[in-house]
Design a protein. Structure first.
Length: 325
């Protein structure tokens, strides 16, 4: 059975529309105008046990709102959802002990206390035995390279160190489901890599079901085989990451190395494909997938080519084009 099952999930917000100026403020005291904002619109998907799924979309697409409903922080306007057999917004104690939510821009650790003391408090809340707590803390802090930071106040930790502590705090009770909202936001490349490796290792070892949102495609490519793309509150794509390029990029990039590339007029090169880059030693074309073989043959026959390279369009470029639509 799916661990997460969402059907027709919808969330709308009613916001007060204030008229400009002092007069508008006075009018608002007697007659208020409201407008409806649809944050999530008829979203449906299923996630199986142990899956690590990327949840993508531009800012304001509805990703965080969906996660908050699945975590029980928001009530939906319509539709249904079940996580581990529970309805999230009923906030059953049995459910709250089996999931964790990490928001990249929110802190759950006490700002003025050493990280270890906040972790000990979490352990008491979840009833974690002392020996298991020590073992978990040791293992996770070593994997995340923050064991020497446990006794430092949270306010004195760097952004990357705080995020690592947040991950440890969320996984202390070994949840079956983990919601990660931008866990690497603002981190340097070294910290991003450590966090990604930690998440992947935990997913593989503990079989934790993970739903991950991120604007860093390196996170998605390193961690997720399947992605769900949401835009303007609606599911736009749900499938394998590898299928995105095939479905939304109907061309490949063909680069040739040739001497005196600048001698070839642009109008003569247009018959091979769209010229996207040209310099003294190379030319790069954007070529339709079904023409790649024929174009490569023509280039080798017509031009003095020393090398030829065929590449897929970078996945981040494809995602950017999808968001731009």
């Amino acid at each position: 059975m799916p661990v997460i099952e969402v059907s027709g999930l919808t969330k709308t917000f009613r916001t007060y529309k204030k008229q400009p100026g002092f007069g508008g403020a006075i009018k608002g005291l007697f007659h208020r105008q409201y407008e409806q904002t649809i944050a999530v619109n008829d979203v449906s998907f299923k996630i199986e046990p142990g899956e690590l799924v990327g949840f993508l979309g531009p800012n304001g697409a509805g990703k965080t709102t969906t996660l908050k409903m699945l975590a029980g922080l928001l009530y939906p306007t319509g539709g249904s959802a079940r996580v581990l057999g529970y309805v999230p917004w009923e906030r059953a104690d049995g459910y709250r002990r089996q999931f964790a939510l990490v928001l990249g821009q929110k802190n759950q650790l006490w700002w003025d206390l050493p990280a270890r003391e906040s972790l000990e408090l979490n352990a008491k809340i979840y009833g974690i035995p002392a020996d298991r707590f020590e073992r978990t803390i040791t293992d996770m802090s070593e994997m995340l390279n923050v064991r020497d930071k446990l006794n430092i106040s949270v306010r004195e930790l760097s952004l990357g160190e705080r995020m690592k502590m947040e991950l440890i705090a969320s996984l202390l009770h070994q949840p079956k489901v983990l919601f990660l909202d931008e866990p690497t936001i603002g981190l340097d490349v070294v910290s991003q890599k450590i966090v990604r490796e930690f998440i992947l290792r935990h997913n593989t070892g503990q079989k934790t079901t993970i739903l991950l949102t991120s604007h860093y495609m390196a996170d998605i490519q390193a961690l997720c085989d399947r992605v769900i793309i949401i835009d303007r509150g609606k599911i736009f794509f749900d499938g394998k990451l590898s299928e995105i390029v095939d479905r939304f990029a109907d061309f490949k990039l063909v680069t040739i190395q040739c001497e005196k590339a600048n001698d070839y007029p642009a109008e003569n090169l247009a018959r091979y494909g769209e010229v996207v880059e040209k310099n003294a030693g190379s030319i790069r074309f954007k070529v339709k997938r079904d023409r790649v073989i024929a174009v490569c043959k023509s280039l080798l026959d017509d031009l003095v080519v020393s090398d030829i390279d065929i590449q897929e369009v970078p996945i981040e470029d494809v995602i950017r084009q999808i968001f731009a639509r």
